[in-house]
Structure formats: C-alpha cells, structure tokens
Design a protein around this ligand. Structure first.
Ligand code: 7TS
Length: 410
C-alpha cells in the first residue's frame, strides 16, 4: 500500500480490534461495514469514556458545587477545547454544541441575521437536504430566495456558476465541504475567496469532511463550519457549529431556557455569552464527552494518516470496481472515500439487500440528496463509503460479489 511517512504507525488490523462491532456476524458472515458516510463505528476508548461518565461522574454541568458536577463540567468544557483544537478555531467560545450537523445548520439559518424578503442564500446542487430545507423554511417564512450552484457531470461544483449567481442581495454561501452522495471534495477555498470578495459569509457543511481530513477553520476562513460526532467515531445526537466570534456575538439565541441566560425577570431577560447563549437546557453531556474522546482517538491516529489511507482505499475501489454494467456516480478528480454506483437493470435497494445477505453493509437510496439524484436522472444509488478501519480485502470482497448479484438479476 502506498502509505505516507506515517505508515509505520498505522496498522489497520490493530485498529480494527478497537471496534467491537466489527466482530458482529451478519447472517453468519463477517460484517463488512461500508456505510460510514451514514454513521461511523465507535471504538472502545470512546465507549469507555462515555461509560466512565455514567459510572462515576453522573451529574449535571455548570450548576453544581458538588464534586460530581465539577467532574462532569470539567469533562464537558474540556471536550469543547478538544473540538477547538480539532478544527483549529481561534477561540474556545466559537464552538457551539448542537445535536448534529442538521441542528447546526438550522441554528445558523435561524439566528444568523434578521432575514428580509429578497435576501439571497446560495447553496449547490449536491447538498444534503439538511442544507436545503432550512433555507426553504426561511424562504416560506421570510421570503428569502434560494439559488443553486451548478455542477459538472463528474460531480464538481462550478465556480463560474457561483459567480454568476452573486448579487447585492446575496447574504450567505452555504455548501458542503465533501459531498455525502458523490464523495467530491469541493475546492471550498476558491469559493470562500470569491464569496469574501463580495463580503458574503460562508457556511461549510463539514459532516463528511471533519471525519476524514485535517480541518483548519482559520486557514479556510469560513464563517461557519458544521459537523456531527456520530460520523467521526463519536456518539449519536451531538454535533458542532463553529462560528466566528463576531458573528456569534451578533446572533440572537434560537432556543430559550436554562444555561443560556445571565438573568431572568418578567421585566426582561439578559442572555449569557457565547457559546452558552445557544445551548439552552441540559445538553447531551455524555455525547459531548464522547465526542471529545473520539477526537482524541482520531488525533492519536492522525487525520492526515486517515486521509492518506482512505485516499488509497478509494483509488483502489475505483480500480477494482470497473465492472461491466456498473456505473460509478461521482467521478471528481478529488474524492473522499465514497463510491456511489448503479448496476444496469437493478434497483439500488435490491443491490443493498443482496449485499446485506453477504454481510456487506452499504446504503441504498437518495442519500438525502434528491436534487442531486434528479441532476443525474436517477432516483437512487448504492453507496459504499469507507473509513480508516476498512481494508482492501473488504473492497476485493465487494468486487467479487457484484458480478454474482448481476447474474441473479440477469
Ligand atoms: N450534511 C451532510 C453532507 C451529510 O452527509 C449529512 C448526513 C448531514 C448533513 C446531516 O447530518 P446529521 O448528523 O445531522 O444527520 N448524511 C447521511 C448520509 O449520507 N447517510 O445518512 C446520513
């Protein structure tokens, strides 16, 4: 395998031992987990850290003088620092905990400004529904206008299409860093640079980039960056909205309740400072602590090592999956480890069901990217999405099974 200088540190067989789910048998067959874009698996150290909270630190945060509350608060606040470091945010208070990417984008959409009818938001043809529907809700409620960047047949964003959409009314560019359905790694730096020339802030949907490559929000210079813990070996139900300090300070809270206030009276309430202003109520304490542990785990391996290993996996998949009757959807030059495909004469759901019988877990469907499917004139794809604990041998196994499935449907 063509590994980087970190090669000597990276032993996939050793790493696989950290993931208890990989021992699962699916209909008596070893599990081949290729559904990482939907949700990744959770390694033992993350499970242990979550358990530790429930076993010996179980309490609420930010409100107790007692020891357990202090321990939980320390762990929760410590996780925020880990996230800050993970994406290289300038300030720890620029990290807002949410329930996931979806909530992060909704929070930004709701709070980022006082939307006026005619304000324009630009997204792209390849967005996940969670970066489309919040803006459509604002279109319904406030009369904002949603515009869409074109893509190429290969599944690459067109910069000139973005440029052509910009007007004085453009108030936000909101695009995926990496496409969940195609795997395209978008050249977001070029889009951010162009947006900033026109004073347009940028939100990056990082759901599919944060788990797979080093992220530096200061170098990217995006205004917002959203991601989910469950796609990066952390627990479900927790995510992050990074926002530049000045913007977060200007934004209004979107949920009211405990912890997000400084004082409450019936004559008027004052809000807490960022990030607490956006974190009303008891948060997902165990989830946030688990996210912190997941970040430790990934950083211990190294995000660049992960990116290099997965780049080799997707290169290998493209080579091995050149099979007559198989059409790969998403052939951008710069791709993350996502292989979306169709098989002539077969519905993707049937592909998914047949592969499941062999122990291979993929996702079949529109991947919450129906406008993208529409662009390709299809209703669904079968998608194998890889993580650093997958192997070339597993890809070989997938490649062997596909012709067998095709025979059944021939
Ligand atoms: N944005 C992108 C690019 C995503 O891939 C997803 C989830 C989301 C947003 C939403 O994340 P959530 O954690 O809030 O649900 N993508 C997928 C997928 O591809 N298959 O299942 C979920």
């Amino acid at each position: 395998m063509n590994m980087t200088s970190n090669e000597h540190n990276f032993d996939v067989n050793l790493i696989r031992k950290d993931f208890p789910v990989l021992d699962t048998k699916v209909r008596d067959k070893p599990l081949v987990y290729f559904d990482n874009a939907a949700s990744s698996l959770t390694p033992e150290p993350v499970l242990e850290r979550i358990n530790q909270y429930y076993h010996s630190e179980r309490s609420n945060i930010h409100r107790g003088v007692h020891l357990l509350s202090q321990l939980a608060t320390e762990a929760y606040d410590g996780a925020r620092e880990k996230v800050q470091n993970f994406i290289n945010a300038k300030h720890v208070h620029e990290i807002v905990f949410t329930s996931g990417t979806t909530e992060s984008i909704n929070l930004a959409a709701y709070s980022m400004r006082d939307w006026q009818a005619g304000d324009e938001v630009i997204v792209s043809q390849m967005e996940h529904h969670s970066n489309i529907v919040p803006w459509q809700l604002l279109a319904d409620e406030k009369g904002i206008v949603l515009k869409v960047i074109d893509i190429t047949e290969e599944g690459e964003l067109k910069l000139d299409s973005f440029e052509a959409l910009i007007t004085k009314q453009t108030k936000l560019l909101s695009i995926a860093h990496v496409s969940n359905a195609l795997g395209t790694i978008n050249p977001v730096q070029d889009f951010i640079e162009l947006a900033h020339k026109h004073d347009i802030p940028v939100l990056l949907d990082g759901a599919q980039s944060a788990p797979h490559m080093p992220i530096d929000v200061q170098a990217l210079d995006c205004e917002f960056y959203a991601f989910s813990a469950h796609k990066l070996c952390g627990p479900t139900g927790v995510g992050v909205l990074y926002g530049k300090e000045a913007l977060l300070n200007e934004m209004k809270p979107w949920k009211g309740g405990g912890d997000m206030i400084l004082s409450v009276s019936f004559s008027g309430t004052t809000y807490n400072e960022i990030p607490y202003k956006f974190e009303a109520g008891t948060p997902n304490i165990a989830g946030v602590i688990g996210l912190g542990a997941a970040i430790d785990y990934l950083q211990n391996i190294g995000l660049q090592t992960i990116a290099d290993y997965e780049a080799e996996l997707i290169r290998y998949a493209h080579e091995k999956l050149q099979i007559p009757g198989l059409a790969c959807i998403g052939t951008a030059a710069n791709k993350a480890a996502v292989f979306s495909f169709t098989l002539e004469g077969m519905h993707p759901h049937d592909i998914g069901t047949m592969l499941d019988l062999k122990g291979i877990a993929i996702r079949a469907g529109h991947h919450c990217a129906q406008p993208l499917m529409e662009f390709y004139g299809i209703s669904a794809t079968a998608r194998a999405s890889f993580a650093f604990y997958n192997t070339k041998a597993e890809i070989d196994f997938l490649a062997e099974q596909i012709p067998l499935i095709q025979e059944v449907f021939a």
